[in-house]
Design a protein around this ligand. Structure first.
Ligand code: GLU
Ligand code: MG
Length: 456
């Protein structure tokens, strides 16, 4: 038996995290005597990258089986004590196999894409802009489910919004002040810079925005953010959920991805003299992302419910268009009041997406735009849903995929994105998502929400 040097006095743990193809955040925790930046690693099965959201088993066709071990090595530069879990700290894990980054590692994939864009002399900075609901048990529906109340047993979803206020309502701010402050305090304690907060338009829906950072930290921050919001809400007796569409008639949860392009320490998106005010490389980068959106969807909006959110006139970017300050365009280029362009957002992203994979494929699409010197079509400065069929035809405006099935079919044909992901990751990802599509498609909407509630 291996000896360890732990004094056995404290329940001190470092959690080594990974986020799998199904976007479940997982960890194995290593017992330590004190939290300092000692090397930590744990073994996990290769099969972990073949596990779908529905159950802990391996899906067919993923190319992985429960034979063979992966070394999940903590990236000690990410070591953070977890403020809401005393005695626990977290590190992001990188998957290694035979001493090399495993080709199925989502974090390894994002690092590869960051290196690829750096080889063009560029850096991407990013932030995920989350929306989430605070929910409480719906006792009436739960009682019905359990056969009480003498009413018909229904498979009703057993949660409802924690309150019923509206967009930016100050009353909502007051009702939720203690929870939001606890979330923000915990985010700050984990070195995340919080910028804005407001109640979003769905009842019980909130948005807390955070500062952009380098691409790898942005994806790491997304993990910290999701964990923190869910953990703090549960301490207040509520459930927080990032599921892209929870209730059919209220706003969806977006997770818009904000991006900017840098050379050395300079943001190079803007060029006041150029067409559209975008630098040549900035335009190419955005054009590449716009072009690949129909297949990126399989990774950035990766669960069947994602497509209940992406609908015209829901501010979620249902059309494959870009525009300046157009909240119905899938790519919204943000032009400041003084004309400068510092960043843009991709709206067709939600927090059921693995942030490493989502950001990685978006970078690979932008890179394709740069390599092929793609040009942007005209910006759309109207709500595309109000265009006539003839106008849509003339302007080349198309709807983005309306189902995961369609998005997966697009991804299977997109050689650029598949090549970027590499053989192992494309195969396991497509197998996991196809299995999820089949299984979740058989559930009623309420059962699907029940199943996903603890996951996202
Ligand atoms: N809730 C919208 C979405 O699903 C976004 C609203 C907004 O623009 O913030 O993407
Ligand atoms: Mg919002």
């Amino acid at each position: 038996m291996k000896e360890n040097n732990i004094s056995n006095s404290k329940p001190c743990f470092i959690r080594v995290l990974w986020c799998d193809n199904a976007n479940i955040i997982r960890a194995k925790a290593v017992r330590v005597d004190e939290i300092k930046d000692q090397e930590v690693s744990v073994g996990i099965s290769r099969a972990q990258q073949g596990v779908p959201v529905m159950y802990d088993g391996v899906v067919a066709g993923c190319g992985l089986d429960p034979v063979g071990e992966i070394n999940l090595k903590g990236d000690m530069s990410t070591l953070t004590p977890i403020p809401y879990a005393p005695g626990h700290a977290r590190v992001m894990g990188d998957m290694f196999h035979e001493g090399k980054v495993w080709d199925n590692c989502p974090r390894g994939f994002l690092k590869k894409m960051i290196t690829a864009i750096q080889e063009e002399g560029l850096n991407v900075k990013a932030a995920f802009e989350n929306e989430f609901y605070l929910l409480k048990p719906d006792d009436e529906k739960r009682d019905n489910k359990n056969g009480r109340n003498n009413k018909k047993n229904i498979n009703g979803v057993s949660i409802k919004p924690s309150e019923f206020t509206s967009f930016a309502s100050t009353y909502s701010m007051d009702l939720n002040q203690h929870i939001i402050s606890d979330i923000v305090e915990a985010l700050i304690a984990q070195n995340i810079v919080v910028q804005q907060y407001y109640p979003e338009s769905g009842p019980g829906q909130h948005e807390i925005t955070i500062m952009y950072s380098d691409a790898l930290s942005a994806a790491d921050n997304q993990i910290v953010y999701r964990e923190t919001v869910k953990a703090i809400a549960s301490k207040h007796g509520l459930k927080a959920s990032f599921i892209p569409k929870i209730f059919p008639d209220t706003a969806g949860n977006g997770c818009h991805l904000h991006l900017s392009l840098w050379q050395d320490d300079e943001n190079i998106l803007h060029d006041s003299k150029a067409d559209y005010g975008l630098s040549e490389v900035g335009e190419q980068f955005i054009a590449g992302i716009l072009y690949h959106l129909p297949s990126l969807a399989a990774i950035t909006t990766p669960i069947p419910r994602s497509y209940r959110r992406i609908r015209p006139q829901m501010w979620s970017g249902a059309f494959q268009v870009w525009g300046f300050n157009n909240r119905e365009a899938a790519i919204r280029v943000i032009r400041e009041d003084d004309g400068r362009i510092l960043h843009f957002e991709v709206k067709t992203v939600d927090a059921s997406a693995n942030p490493y994979l989502a950001l990685g494929v978006v970078i690979s699409a932008g890179l394709d735009g740069i390599r092929k010197k793609m040009e942007l079509p005209h910006p759309i400065q109207k709500d595309p849903a109000n265009l006539s069929a003839a106008e849509m035809e003339e302007m080349g405006v198309k709807l983005l995929p309306s189902s995961l099935k369609e998005a997966l079919a697009n991804l299977k044909k997109d050689k650029v994105i598949l090549d970027a992901l590499g053989e192992g990751l494309s195969r396991s990802y497509l197998a996991v998502k196809s299995a999820e599509y089949e299984a979740l498609g058989k559930l009623s909407s309420e059962r699907e929400v029940d199943l996903l509630l603890e996951k996202y």
